[in-house]
Design a protein around this ligand. Structure first.
Ligand code: 6R9
Length: 658
């Protein structure tokens, strides 16, 4: 945390921050058909454990639990104690057994335009064959498997095959380097890596297996590399170690009997880049995780398995892909679109073309992409028939009210409820979100904890700040899909999440938040993104929202740079819209605009017009690097940047005096 980031602390908060008077009540029509009702809140409040037990009933349990929650060894939770289930059976087989084998599970759209239609019966055959193949390699329940693949159906099949056998998967995003893969394989001591020969990126086939070859040279725990042929790219081959998917998996039997595992059996490890040090292997288990993934997916997206076409644009390399492409939707028998490629390949209307083609009704994406769509222009979505859409979702960072309104108007035709869903890799599933059909939404607010979830905003001492107050977001009750630890590092788990408010026993999420006058929750970004200017706390998000609300600005990133007078000074990096003029007057206009929107205290000290912003592969702006630029330092570690040339572009542009 930066000095003085005590989010509630001494400095006066600005009264006019985030004054948002627009609210959108659900339509009667939507409410009448909604899965969720207001009664859920009361039910969960009356008896939380009974409420979660009821949610767990949506799954098939081989053996029922004897106890809903064991929290006696806090912060290590056990949910649905002694219950036994098979996660893959719940996501696949039971839908076939209930007569839905012919329902499409996945409409897969490859980047080059090739497609595959996979029904639940197909999925059952594919997962069974893959499970037989992994078992034939000698893998046994509890072993770890690394999955390093683009968004091909075999990636999902691989995850489910692991779940079916009780193997713990560790999916590593296909855009990560071989070094990132190596350190993750090593940390988890994985025995197998599943990969592809290559992957498509912006219309080009690029090698992927080469990165695996490099990584496994240093990871003796790996016995085999299983390779799916995707691009036809030439690969080096290590006989005995390397195996083609089509040789090994295709010849397997389509029959495989799933075994039930303990509710707390490890399902997956997913590494998150901590702010410092080595990535944390976040551990999730089976019964509680699947219960909350399914419950939230059903209620937050209002999923109707018989009629909806759902599309989550995330990659399976991120937690959103785990919970809202694989486990939640498949547990709920969704029909979904899975898209392999980038949103502007081969053209900037690709997403809307896909929505039109498959009549997508639920669309879940990230604010960074929404702002990119804004930058590309409203005429692009306007060319497509988006009338099938009925629910829109957002995840990953606070969504600026401006982007929220654009999403509502230009994608949702002012008809669709928008669910801004706050959660983390660590929480496993959505925690704070409106319920469509129930909640009146405010643009930019995630609104309230879901039924069954306890979240609040507290000050430094752990006291609830109350309406109108700001501070730290904490989770004050254990939840079924909570992380069960950091792989191999119990102490780091305690230190990172449970020591900050140890006395109260709260989980520290690392996000700043505030309640508005009505008690709605507004996420303000990570606490290390909260600036302190002359004793006033100002969130980078709030200034960014103000900037983006100016007609000339397409995207903005704000950092607090150290300042001898004010502690921190606000430095803004902005990308202008195509039709906006540059020049000195723009910087002045924008500074005045922010002063008008928020208050003179929030006026950026400096505005830098840049062609691009540095982002991680999951689309988060790397403020750390911008802070380096703002403070005239040499750049820190750039290895997690999606595109490492961005920083050169920014620096060279600034030297030219733009
Ligand atoms: C699901 C995911 C978690 C961090 C989290 C917060 C930010 C996610 C948000 C949001 C505001 C939302 N975040 N959703 N902030 N509003 N709706 O993104 O997981 O990659 O672990 O990131 O992302 O800062 O702490 P993960």
């Amino acid at each position: 945390m930066t000095p003085g980031s005590g989010a509630s602390g001494e400095g006066a908060t600005l009264d006019n921050l985030l004054v948002e008077e627009r609210a959108f009540a659900p339509t009667e029509e939507f409410a009448a058909q909604a899965n969720a009702t207001a009664a859920l809140y009361a039910e969960a409040a009356a008896d939380r454990e009974a409420f979660w037990a009821k949610q767990a009933e949506r799954l098939h349990w081989e053996t029922r639990w004897s106890q809903v929650l064991d929290w006696t060894k806090a912060p290590f939770a056990r949910w649905f104690v002694d219950g036994r289930l098979n996660v893959a059976y719940n996501c696949v087989d039971r839908h076939v057994e209930s007569g839905h084998g012919d329902q499409v599970a996945i409409h897969w759209e490859g980047e080059p335009g090739d497609t595959r239609t996979i029904t639940y019966a197909d999925l059952k055959r594919e997962v069974s064959k893959a499970a037989n193949a992994l078992a034939a390699l000698g893998l046994r329940a509890g072993d770890r498997v690394a999955i390093y693949m683009p968004m091909v159906p075999e990636a999902i099949v691989s995850m489910l095959a692991c779940a079916r056998l009780g193997l713990t998967h560790s999916v590593v995003f296909g855009g990560f380097s071989s070094e990132a893969l190596r350190s993750r394989i090593e940390d988890a001591a994985a025995r197998l890596v599943i990969t592809t020969d290559g992957q498509y990126r912006r219309g080009k086939a690029v090698a992927l297996k080469t990165a695996v070859d490099e990584a496994v040279r240093h990871t003796p725990s790996i016995e085999h590399v299983l390779v799916v042929r995707r691009t036809g790219t030439d690969v080096d081959w290590s006989d005995g170690r390397d195996l083609w998917w089509h040789d090994l998996v295709d010849e397997q039997s389509e029959e495989h009997t799933p075994e039930a595992f303990d509710s707390e059996h490890p399902l997956f490890i997913l590494y998150t880049s901590g702010t410092t040090g080595k990535p944390k292997g976040i551990l999730h288990t089976s019964g509680g995780y699947l219960t909350q993934a399914a419950y939230t997916h059903y209620n937050v997206f209002d999923l109707k398995p018989d009629s909806d076409v759902y599309w989550c644009t995330a990659d399976i390399g991120w937690v959103t892909g785990h919970s809202y492409i694989v486990y939640g939707p498949l547990a709920n028998r969704a029909t979904q679109v899975v898209y392999e490629g980038t949103p502007n390949t081969p053209h900037e209307g690709r997403h809307w073309e896909i929505v039109q083609k498959y009549k997508v009704s639920i669309y879940y994406t990230a604010p960074t992409l929404i702002r990119t769509f804004m930058k590309w222009g409203t005429d692009i979505p306007a060319k497509y028939d988006l009338s099938s859409l009925r629910v829109l979702g957002s995840v990953g960072e606070p969504i600026n009210p401006e982007a929220w309104m654009w999403y509502r108007e230009h994608i949702g035709a002012n008809q669709c409820p928008i669910v801004d869903t706050w959660w983390q890799t660590e929480t496993g599933a959505i925690m704070i979100s409106p319920l469509p059909g129930v909640t009146a939404t405010k643009p930019g607010s995630a609104m309230a904890p879901l039924p069954g979830i306890g979240a609040k905003v507290v000050d430094d001492s752990g006291a609830d700040v109350g309406k109108g107050g700001g501070g730290y977001l904490v989770l004050d009750q254990p939840w079924p899909s909570m992380l069960r630890g950091i792989w191999g590092d119990e102490q780091r788990y305690r230190d990172t999440y449970w020591s900050r408010f140890g006395e109260q026993g709260y989980y520290f999420a690392g996000d700043g938040a505030k309640y508005d006058a009505d008690g709605a929750i507004w996420l303000l970004g990570r606490v290390d993104d909260v600036m302190n200017v002359s004793g006033h706390r100002i969130s980078t998000t709030e200034v960014e929202s103000a900037l983006v609300s100016h007609p000339s600005v397409a995207e903005a990133a704000v950092v607090g740079a150290s300042d001898p007078t004010t502690g921190q000074g606000i430095v803004a990096f902005v990308i202008l819209r195509g039709d906006a003029g540059g020049g000195d007057s723009v910087a002045k206009d924008l500074r005045d605009h922010v002063a008008r929107e928020i208050g003179p205290i929030a006026k950026p000290r400096q505005i830098m017009v840049v062609p691009e912003l540095p982002k991680t592969r999951s689309g988060k702006i790397m403020r750390r690097l911008l802070r380096d630029v703002a403070e005239n330092r040499s750049l820190g570690d750039v290895t997690t940047l999606q595109d490492s040339s961005v920083m050169e572009l920014i620096s060279s542009g600034l030297q030219k005096g733009t």
